[in-house]
Design a binder for this molecule. Structure first.
Ligand SMILES: O=C(O)CCC(=O)C(=O)O
Length: 275
């Protein structure tokens, strides 16, 4: 059977920690995706921001189906092997002229998952480029273990409260993930990445979906909400609670988020961090 990724794409993932511009949705699908996004945004309540749309694939068949899209799963299978699950999703939406950045970070720093072997798919709802704050990555940084994440001082305009120490790297090696709407990028849970603000007059919206091989176990004392959907193959480990497939086309969760970036402070206090 033909693999969804070429050998050189797989080699790039292992060498640099990411792959970009993989085609998934075409122009006709994008209209449907944006209708669905608008429906999900309509479910936000007064005072909530788009950051609230987190793990809503557990309540929205629309989001669940995106995360379980065959083309996406075929790509992921080339990197995680035959047995893996979906466990998280969230939107990173930068409206025009929004200067909020995402500071350098490693996803695995925040995640109570062991071993570290997970990855993120980032689906572009809009073209993403340097003008509207596309992601930047430090190639190869996923091979150096977990780096110190320092608390940001003062009133920042970052989605995160911490910033990864990048002093071990030459920042002139930074690479940009430029995407066309409907494409995905994939990055390793240990890759240092972030993104600047969006000073342009164009939106930059992306949906992440996070996947792990079935031997990855979540510390439920850190994230009691953690639930998985078998995306491919079988789960002989049964380490993690299973979730129900959502029945509503557009739905939402009402949940305290203790799983990833927002859990920084709580998670730091726990002992699961090994480095
Ligand atoms: O969308 C962005 O700019 C950042 C995304 C990110 O940090 C992630 O996918 O883990």
């Amino acid at each position: 059977m033909t693999k969804a990724l070429t050998d050189s794409q797989i080699a790039q993932y292992h060498e640099k920690g990411y792959i970009d511009a993989l085609p998934v949705f075409d122009a006709s699908d994008l209209a449907t995706l944006n209708i669905g996004l608008a429906e999900e945004l309509n479910l936000l309540e007064a005072g909530e921001t788009t950051k609230e749309i987190r793990e809503w694939h557990e309540a929205s068949r629309f989001l669940f189906d995106i995360c379980m899209n065959k083309k996406i799963l075929d790509y992921v299978e080339c990197l995680l092997g035959t047995d893996y699950y979906l466990w998280a999703s969230n939107f990173f939406i930068k409206e025009p002229c929004s200067l909020e950045s995402v500071t350098w970070h490693q996803d695995a720093y925040y995640w109570p998952l062991d071993p570290r072997a997970s990855l993120t798919v980032w689906l572009a709802f809009d073209d993403a480029d340097p003008e509207n704050g596309s992601m930047e990555i430090l190639p190869g940084s996923h091979k150096g273990g977990i780096f110190t994440h320092n608390r940001l001082e003062g009133e920042g305009s970052s989605v995160l409260d911490l910033e990864c120490d990048t002093s071990a790297f030459n920042l002139s090696t930074v690479e940009r993930i430029n995407m066309k709407a409907g494409q995905i990028s994939i990055h390793s849970d240990q890759l240092i990445h972030g993104s600047p603000g969006n000073p342009s007059d164009r939106r930059r919206a992306g949906l992440t979906a996070r996947y792990s091989p079935t031997n990855v176990k979540c510390d439920l004392s850190v994230n009691p909400n953690f639930k998985v959907y078998q995306a491919r193959g079988t789960d002989t480990y049964n380490y993690n609670p299973k979730a129900e497939v959502p029945t509503e086309q557009y739905g939402r969760l009402y949940r305290e988020h203790l799983s990833i970036e927002e859990a920084g402070e709580e998670a730091e206090a726990k002992t699961w961090k090994k480095d």
